[in-house]
Design a protein around this ligand. Sequence first.
Ligand code: FES
Length: 106
Amino acid sequence: MRIEAHPILGTRSVKETISITVDDRTILAQQGDTIAAAMLAEGFRVCRHTSRTGEPRGVFCGIGQCTDCVMQVNGVPNIRTCITEVEEGMEIRTQVGVGRWEASHE
Ligand code: FES
């Protein structure tokens, strides 16, 4: 779900489509999207689960300040998805607690 026409911002131009994977599901994103924007457009709402209670967290501030949207991106944990742009072939995973580094990044 995307806003195609906005009363103030106008009509959105179509950009190049790329593919990324979120928890092993391939989704389409548009060049210039943040990871969070691409995920929200595809219905993903949860970015991480808290370490103590496992409660879900998703985009809250949307400007890189709260860290509720951190996820593991290409094996690196704690990436703020609301301010990180998508790149072709990115592998994104829901993070649990403080996350963990994949073997290739340790
Ligand atoms: S939603 Fe707050 S840092 Fe991303």
